[in-house]
Design a binder for this molecule. Structure first.
Ligand code: T3D
Length: 280
């Protein structure tokens, strides 16, 4: 039985974490399947937006701890190695995917599971969902970008308390604190998240990908460097068919029909080579 399910819906794709008997906790096989699903979503032009969610009552409980029990005299796993091989690439894939990623947090999101949700572009959560920085309970530090995302999203004071107490944060408070976009009634979560993803799939995909690049760089940039980057990326956005279509549609007072295409081959400067285009 696969641990990741994908469903193509029109021009968007649903990726479902599917180990409900373990609250969708990650093992190595699930990491490999998730990496493949995200690579395919990134490269398939029929996919212009992604919705990530979990099967069953949880979104994801982070690492499957059954795989971390060493037998009598057995060697302890090198967690630096597993983070490097699995969790870091997963977070980098989500952040750099050149299309919007919506996350529907359908239930508890704990450990790396919480931070995987935070790595997505737009996070909706069911009102009954909880976010738990569970790491301290087992002597670990937050990984999967937790120490990066949390202070930036909710501020140092709240980030430190969430990390050090490992107390669950309910979805409404998470939304009020700016950790996620919004909390919705449980039964409305999937319909709302699906409608949002479907809408995003009709938008200027390449322009949205460029916006993601600008946002990714902003955390480490000075204002001057960011202004330079915005200039370079705007130059590219201005060469997309969707920009032309957007302006024509606006002036003609009609709805735009975006294709999501990148700039044509004649566009100048297809790649921005700039010292400030670093990712997080
Ligand atoms: O290792 C590396 O490679 C480094 C990277 C680490 C990344 C990480 O994510 S480390 C953090 C790992 N995750 C956790 O520590 C979370 C552990 N789980 C919990 O704290 C709680 O289960 C939850 C807060 C997620 C949910 O609580 P609750 O009360 O709703 O459910 P429960 O009763 O605790 O769990 C239900 C079942 O799921 C239970 O199994 P059972 O008794 O029904 O057979 C429980 O053992 C299992 N489960 C929950 N989380 C995990 C898990 N099994 C394996 N691994 C889990 N992470």
């Amino acid at each position: 039985m696969g641990s990741i399910r994908t469903e193509q819906r029109g021009e968007w794709r649903k990726i479902i974490l599917d180990r409900p008997h373990r609250l969708n906790a990650f093992n190595d096989e699930m990491h490999q399947a998730a990496a493949l699903a995200l690579e395919e979503a990134a490269n398939d032009v029929r996919c212009r937006a992604v919705l990530l969610t979990g099967e069953g009552r949880a979104f994801c409980a982070g690492q499957d701890l059954n795989d971390r029990v060493s037998g009598e005299g057995g060697a302890e796993p090198d967690l630096g190695d597993t983070v490097e091989r699995f969790y870091n690439p997963l977070i980098r894939r989500l952040r750099s995917l050149p299309k919007p990623v919506v996350c529907a947090v359908n239930g508890v999101a704990a450990g790396a599971g919480a931070n995987i949700a935070l790595a997505c572009d737009i996070v909706l959560a069911a009102r009954s969902a909880r976010f738990v920085q569970a790491f301290a309970k087992i002597g670990l530090i937050p990984d999967s970008g937790g120490t990066f995302f949390l202070p930036r999203l909710v501020g140092e004071a709240r980030a430190r308390a969430l990390i050090m107490t490992a107390e669950p944060l309910d979805a409404e408070t998470a939304a009020a604190w700016g950790l996620i976009w919004k909390a919705v009634d449980d039964e409305a979560l999937l319909p709302e998240a699906e409608a949002l993803t479907e809408h995003l799939a009709t938008q200027p995909t390449h322009g949205l990908a460029l916006a993601k690049r600008a946002l990714a760089a902003s955390a480490a940039n000075t204002l001057d460097a960011q202004l330079d980057l915005e200039r370079d990326l705007q130059r590219l956005a201005g060469q997309t068919p969707d920009y032309r279509e957007g302006v024509h549609a606006f002036l003609a007072k009609r709805q735009p029909r975006f294709t999501g295409q990148p700039p044509g081959p004649d566009a100048a400067g297809g790649t921005v080579v700039h010292p400030t285009t670093r990712t997080e």
